[in-house]
Design a protein around this ligand. Sequence first.
Ligand SMILES: [Zn+2]
Length: 343
Amino acid sequence: MSPESILSYPFPVLPLAGRALAVAPGVHWLRMPLPFALNHINLWLLEDEGGWTIVDSGLGDAPTRALWGEFFATAAGEPPVRRVIVTHHHPDHAGNAGWLTQRFGVQLWISYSEFVSALAYREAVDGFSLAHRLVMFRRNGLPIEHIHKLKDRGNGYRSAVPEFPSAYRRLTDGLVIRIGARDWRVIMGYGHAPEHAALYCDELKVLIAGDMVLPKITTNVSVMSFEPEGNPLKQFLESLGRYGTLPADTLVLPSHGLPFAGLRERIAQLQEHHRLRLGELLEACEAPQSAADVIPTLFRRELDTQQLYFAMGEAMAHLHFLFEERRVSRTEDGDGVLRFVRA
Ligand SMILES: [Zn+2]
């Protein structure tokens, strides 16, 4: 069944560019552009004492900053920002964290792992560099011509996150933050980013889900080069189970797509999606397959360079899940490429 048929979308009309739209008492939706196939990100503004708490900040580029400027100019003068919360370090979420916190003299609230990840990616330190990632991709069968294409990307992280704070306030699992008149509880999730913070308000039954639960697309779950034996799909599926304990009528505010109701149904769909993919992958592994070999099994469409980059991480994540369950074994042939075959 398609997501549309089970989920309901109480706010089908998008907010205007640079304008916020109320989606719950004291909760406003701001939508920013992204120059990718995934063309937008949702940010959230929470009414706080004497200003706003901002949740996620958009890509650190000129179009997004112009829209932030428009928002501040039109939202009753220059409303003070009380704090900036970032769910995780990915550039569409963290891109303006430094710019906004500097502009308003406020603190960044983020988990430790995400704070350190942002710093590491900005500096492209060993293990976090594109070069390191490409070595892993090569070892997992990505042909050399694709490696060359990806190489041309450069340090995209730093250009999308041009500034970043040098200090932060730590978000931890279960932490309750008083924002305006309401309490919001941090629910950590894993598998998409090292320590992704979602926020849940019991009083409103609203979940700011970040990238952990999306209504239409599936969350990217990738093996990272600094954790080459990682099993992020297992972590992700376990995390989904935790959101599934929230009330059935929770309003979910995702980072991409429309706000929706039907959290439990969506979680069930996502679990089923990955179960089916794992089954198909297992069939494909009748003969030894590298991660690059199984990309067409997982993604039945043409992929651009950016999508190929994510697809490699995703293919590895699914293979590692099967490997840890001993449903496939791993071989290394003379060419140095890792291949997986049905056990
Ligand atoms: Zn993300």
